[in-house]
Design a protein around this ligand. Structure first.
Ligand SMILES: [Zn+2]
Length: 495
């Protein structure tokens, strides 16, 4: 079936980057874009009216942790000073011998309710991404069962995804005094790695090639150099990309410098992991970042030399008092910047806006991190990181992953007068403005509705699951705290 979308503004593609076309059309057939231009002479089977709207490539979220992220809601405006702002330590390091409750990423397979939890998290993740115009996402590090759940929902709801179970040689736990220590289990790491390779071989190209595999050694500091070397070898053999968290955490940085006399990025180079197929999760706490007080670092230059990417998650790191220092330095060094939501909300307008404003403030330069830069990072940045020249753009031959965004403000005055639709989107847009999401030529979200998902029921289930997770915090929290102790209310609760 051949479909024509009549804009509106079209975000076309020219040479290396996007170009704007006013009142244009996009034509696609069998999941592939045939034509982008001012008009189209051939026959079409259906027409989608996007008059006054913005027709753009779908967003690519390069840093998704599956689930509704209930536990993350406990650390806004608070946290343990000895964790230096690192969110995953706050919400996932259990007292030794226990496991975090209410998150299937950490649930034992034999635990009651494990499967339902996994299904709810998977549906919530894929639905939230589609609702916000994300057509391709990469999950970073959840265990096999979570990947299986996501695979099912990606198949059913029609998103595009890079999936692969994470692996590592050990985890962080807390001792009886609440102190961080590393629990090593190298054998388990190798088993997880073998499982990941098997999963990737099984899913690569499935769901009509909407699903591909990715190798995820979870964090630079929790994997042995041998496991990282094996990852490089497997990536070359399987021809799949790699992603890991590195240069993302003050403790990780100092641990690796102490242990190896190398920064995290230098360590990645030493094991052969740096390359154009590697996306470094965050990559913001590099040697050059003044927040680390390290002398003579050249991490950004190294990442650029190898053409590596980072998944920059501007909202999540800003919430923890950290930033990318700086957008311009990364770009000048040749580092490819992709965007990720990491936690919540999975709203790419918000991610782009925060990336842009922080880029300007940290760079002390109003010309830094422009609307074009951050829109590129949200689309082409992800495509480059994944080695895909058929994603992130509206061009003949590219996959028909298209979003239609209502830039009228939908009954509000939020947008005001719109001159440049990309600048308006970055400054005034919200994820809810996405009206239609098309993946591989199929409409997967329309007017807020996703076929096969009851959004109100999903929201209710997530609220219930979250309340239960918050109630059980003291069962596993490293300091034995209740949710109220860990996360005081913004204002006192009137009794
Ligand atoms: Zn992450």
């Amino acid at each position: 079936m051949r479909t024509l979308i009549r804009g509106g503004w079209i975000v076309g593609f020219q040479g290396e980057t996007h170009a704007l076309l006013r009142d244009g059309v996009v034509v696609f057939e069998d999941g592939v874009i045939l034509h982008v231009g001012a008009g189209f002479d051939g026959d079409v089977d259906r027409e989608i009216d996007a008059g006054g709207m913005l027709v753009a490539p779908g967003f690519i979220d390069m840093h998704v942790h599956g689930g509704h992220r209930a536990s993350h809601r406990l650390i806004t405006d608070t946290g343990r000073p000895d964790y230096f702002g690192q969110p995953f330590l706050e919400i996932s390091v259990p007292r030794e011998g226990t496991r975090p409750a209410g998150d299937p990423r950490y649930t034992r397979p034999d635990q009651a309710g494990a499967t339902e939890g996994t299904d709810l998290h998977a549906t919530f993740t894929v639905a939230e991404l589609l609702r916000n115009g994300v057509t391709t996402f990469m999950e970073i590090g959840s265990q096999l069962r979570v990947q299986e759940g996501l695979l099912k929902e990606v198949d059913r709801l029609g998103a595009r995804a890079y999936l692969g179970p994470g692996f590592d040689s050990g985890r962080w736990v807390a001792d009886d005094k609440g102190r961080l220590k590393r629990a090593l289990d190298e054998a388990a790491g190798w088993r997880e790695f073998e499982g990941a390779v098997d999963f990737i071989k099984r899913v690569e190209g499935s769901c009509g090639d909407r699903v591909r595999g990715i190798l995820i050694p979870r964090e630079a500091e929790t994997c042995t150099p041998d496991l990282l070397r094996a990852t490089r070898k497997a990536a070359d053999e399987l021809k799949v990309p790699i992603s890991t968290h590195a240069a993302y955490n003050v403790i990780e940085f100092y641990e690796l410098v102490t242990e190896h006399r190398m920064t995290p990025v230098e360590l990645l180079e030493s094991v052969g992991l740096l390359g154009p197929d590697l996306t470094i999760g965050h990559g913001n706490l590099v040697a050059e970042n003044p927040q680390l007080n390290f002398a003579g670092g050249r991490d950004v230059e190294l990442m650029g030399e190898y053409g590596a990417s980072i998944s920059h998650c501007p909202v999540n790191i800003a919430r923890r008092g950290r930033c990318l220092d700086s957008w311009e330095r990364y770009r000048k060094a040749g580092v490819n910047i992709a965007l990720g939501s990491d936690t919540y909300p999975r709203d790419f307008m918000m991610q782009m806006r925060v990336a842009s404003y922080f880029g300007k403030v940290i760079g002390r330069n109003l010309r830094a991190a422009t609307a074009a830069d951050v829109f590129e990072a949200a689309t082409l940045g992800g495509a480059r990181a994944l080695g895909r020249d058929d994603l992130g753009r509206l061009a003949p031959g590219a996959r028909a992953d298209i979003i239609i965004v209502d830039i009228s403000g939908r009954g509000t005055l939020r947008y005001g007068p719109v001159r440049d639709p990309i600048k308006s989107l970055v400054e005034c847009g919200i994820g809810d403005d996405v009206r239609t999401v098309i993946v591989d030529g199929e409409v997967r979200m329309e007017e807020g509705r996703i076929p096969g998902v009851d959004i109100e029921s999903l929201r209710r289930q997530a609220q219930e699951a979250a309340e239960s997770a918050w109630d059980r915090l003291q069962d596993w929290d490293a300091l034995g705290r209740t949710a109220e102790e860990m996360s005081p209310w913004s204002f006192p609760l009137l009794k």
